[in-house]
Design a protein around this ligand. Structure first.
Ligand code: THU
Length: 134
């Protein structure tokens, strides 16, 4: 199984492919599936700004589209002063599959921040809520 530093390295590499001509905010992500496979992603912007997508969701959706449904960790790489945490939409998208996902973020200087989706999205809305209609 790949370790934390290797996963972070893959996110850093994925950041090279970021397509961010509007924000110039480059993001790379690497998500580790339960079977040990890793799927990478970068942010992909669009001239119609709302059509842009975050690196984390690109990685997640690539993985799910290949049949993955269990995830252990995601690494996120940005060019920023501090390591950056996933946005609210990505937190929700990730929560569908792994409420206790480990999250590792790395900044341009190699500083790492570690947390979990539980911490970032407490009391998440889930499929159980959908099933609990009276
Ligand atoms: N972005 C990500 O890829 N991940 C995040 O967690 C935050 C934001 C992207 C979206 C957009 O392309 C750019 O960063 C600025 O918001």
């Amino acid at each position: 199984m790949i370790n934390k530093d290797e996963l972070l390295g893959m996110a850093v590499k994925a950041r090279d492919n970021a397509y961010a001509p509007y924000s110039h905010f480059r993001v790379g992500a690497a998500i580790l599936a339960g079977n040990g496979k890793v799927y990478t992603g970068c942010n992909i912007e669009n001239s119609s700004y709302g059509a842009s997508v975050c690196a984390e969701r690109v990685a997640l959706f690539k993985a799910v589209s290949e049949g993955e449904k269990e995830f252990l960790a995601i690494a996120i790489a940005t060019d920023t002063e501090k390591p950056v945490m996933p946005c609210g939409i990505c937190r929700q998208a990730l929560s569908e599959f792994a409420l206790n996902l480990k999250i590792y973020a790395i900044n341009i200087d190699g500083k790492v921040k570690e947390t979990s989706l539980n911490e970032l999205l407490p009391d998440a809305f889930t499929k159980e809520d959908l099933e609990s209609v009276k």
